[in-house]
Structures are given as structure tokens and as C-alpha cells.
Write a protein that binds this ligand. Structure first.
Ligand code: ZN
Length: 337
């Protein structure tokens, strides 16, 4: 694939350059991003916007720019990792070092900051989103089981359990409803969490929520409700609810349960099950590609892109580019690409 869709950054370390001024100059950045998407399309590449990844200021932006170009990943919603500092500003460094490839996104609601003091982190989020002009807030972990890479590293501490209708949850929903800025949630799919989520969606119909990781179920026995029909019902009922499509590979087994968590896959074909493909094809503006990157799994980048391309290949041709990048563009910038 062509590797000259956009300039390669002049430095590998993003912190070698000054942070981007804020509020972000989104109109100039959008011109870069639009050009990059158009260049990929002209080269016959389906551009992908990754709507959900947590990356740090240690990312080698030169090397990663080449990897993104090679895989046809147009843009990554770059969400920094506060890592105990209250806020990271990593997205400001990323955008300054490479104004072609990253959509600045607020820091994710990750431990320890969010876990130790959710109200404080929600307050900082609101302040920074207003002052810096982030078009998207990061992924907030409400119910979150330890991730597979953490279990591999022997770290089972990240077992988050903050109710979606906790005071900090209300802060985020209310702020999103008032500002129109979307935010992302990680909420394990389980019967017990559905009613509180729906209660919040009902109370804040204008809040723009991306529920991350469509159909990722780590414990099937805790689920009797969620499936394509339930998601269809949610989409019909809640006009500002969206989903990210990240999933591990079809044969991935969650080490905590010994089960296949990727419920939308047909494991024999490596494509979407027809009922999930049908749902996404009916409502393509509600679904977005996502890579769910974090600094520990960067060597899985190509594989993760491959998974999202397998999702796109399962969809009818006319909706693929909506799910790949147009739905994200529309949600973040309130305009059609
Ligand atoms: Zn997540």
C-alpha cells in the first residue's frame, strides 16, 4: 500500500515538540484529516477511523505513522492515559507532533485516577473538554473485568465496578447532554447492568454515548437478554446511542472464563454472524470501527485492523464506508464527510 498519504512526523518522540495550543484548531486539523481520507480512497484503500484507543505520550509517532499508512488506518481517536497525574495532555502532544493522524480525545476513565476519585476525574474531564475543545471524551470504565493482556501480565487488580448511575456517571451523562460532546463507556454486557444503563439513557436522551465493544460477553451465563434484537430495540429507543465494533479474533478465549467473548463472530467463516451483519447494515450510522489499542498491545496492531476489516467485509458494500469512517466523522463533527 502507498505510504505517502500524509507527511511522516519529524520526530519519533511526541514530547520533543510543544503541546498543541488549545482550544484545538479543529477546522485546520479537519482539512488535514479530510485530505488524508481522500488520499486513501483515491488509492483504493478503505480508510478506517479508530474511535477508541488509549495511547500514551511514549508512542513512537514516526514508526506508528508508517504502520497506520500501511494498514489504511486514517485516524485514531487518541485518548491519553492520566496514570495518576489527574490528566495527561498526551493528545495535545500527539496532535502537535502529527496533525494528520490523531483526533484529540479526552483522557480515558482508567485506573487509578477514575477509580480512586470518579467525581474528581469527571470534574477535570468537563473542565478540559470545555477549555481544550476535545470533540470526544475517552472511554470510562464502569463495569470492567481484567483484560486478557493484564491477566497475562499477572495483573488482576483492574476489576472495575462503578455503577453507571453513580454520581460520576450522572456528571458525564449530564455534561454530554448539555455540551453535545460524545463519551464512551466500558460496561460489561450482563443482565444486571442493562436496566441501570437504560435508566440513564432515558433520563439523558441528549447524552451521546458510545457503548464500546459490541457483543463482547465474557460470561455467557450472566446473559439472557442481550443480542441483535435487544441492541436493535435500544437503537430504536435511544437516538444518541452508538456502539464501537472492537472485538478480539473469533478464536480468542477470555482467560477469566475460558469462553469465546466475541459473540458476533461466526467462528467457522471468520465473518460476522448474519443476524449481527443485518443489524449493522440496518443502522450503519450507529456503529463505528475501533481498535481498542493500549501501550501493552501495540504489536497486535495489524491483527486488530484485520479484525475490523473482517467486520467491514461482512457488511453489504454500500454501508462499509459509513461504518469505517463516515459515522464517526458525523458524530464528532456534526457534518457529513
Ligand atoms: Zn473497553
Amino acid at each position: 500500500m502507498a505510504a505517502d498519504f500524509s507527511p511522516i512526523p519529524g520526530t519519533a518522540r511526541m514530547t520533543d515538540v510543544a503541546k498543541a495550543p488549545v482550544p484545538f484548531d479543529l477546522s485546520t486539523l479537519k482539512q488535514n484529516w479530510r485530505q488524508r481520507i481522500l488520499a486513501m480512497r483515491a488509492a483504493g484503500v478503505m480508510p478506517i477511523i479508530d474511535i477508541e484507543s488509549n495511547l500514551s505520550e511514549n508512542l513512537d509517532v514516526q514508526r506508528f505513522a508508517r504502520q497506520m499508512d500501511a494498514e489504511g488506518v486514517a485516524l485514531i481517536a487518541f485518548s491519553g492515559i492520566a496514570a495518576g497525574r489527574g490528566w495527561s495532555d498526551a493528545a495535545r502532544y500527539a496532535v502537535a507532533a502529527d496533525p494528520w493522524r490523531y483526533i484529540p480525545t479526552g483522557d480515558g476513565g482508567l485506573p487509578p485516577d477514575w477509580k480512586n476519585n470518579p467525581m474528581d476525574f469527571a470534574r477535570i474531564t468537563k473542565e478540559r473538554t470545555v477549555s481544550d475543545g476535545y470533540p470526544l471524551m475517552g472511554e470510562y470504565e464502569f463495569r470492567h473485568y481484567p483484560s486478557p493482556d493484564q491477566i497475562q501480565r499477572g495483573n488482576t487488580q483492574r476489576d472495575e465496578d462503578l455503577p453507571i448511575d453513580s454520581p460520576a456517571g450522572h456528571q458525564l451523562f449530564q455534561f454530554s447532554a448539555e455540551s453535545g460532546i460524545p463519551f464512551e463507556i466500558h460496561l460489561e454486557i450482563e443482565d444486571q447492568y442493562l436496566a441501570p444503563l437504560e435508566k440513564m439513557l432515558k433520563q439523558y436522551p441528549k447524552a451521546k454515548v458510545i457503548w464500546c465493544h459490541l457483543a463482547q460477553m465474557r460470561y455467557q451465563s450472566r446473559n439472557t437478554v442481550y443480542g441483535p434484537d435487544y441492541v436493535r430495540k435500544l437503537i430504536d429507543q435511544y437516538p444518541n446511542l452508538y456502539f464501537d465494533l472492537f472485538s478480539g479474533p473469533p478464536d480468542h478465549i477470555y482467560p477469566g472464563s475460558g469462553e469465546y467473548p466475541g459473540k458476533y463472530w461466526d467462528r467457522t467463516t471468520g465473518r460476522l454472524l448474519p443476524e449481527w451483519a443485518k443489524l449493522i447494515a440496518e443502522q450503519p450510522w450507529r456503529f463505528m470501527t475501533a481498535l481498542d489499542l493500549n501501550p501493552f498491545i501495540m504489536n497486535a496492531f495489524s491483527r486488530k485492523v484485520g479484525m475490523q476489516r473482517a467486520v467491514l467485509a461482512s457488511l453489504p458494500e454500500p454501508v462499509r464506508e459509513i461504518v469505517a469512517y463516515k459515522a464517526a466523522w458525523k458524530l464528532l463533527f456534526n457534518e457529513d464527510f
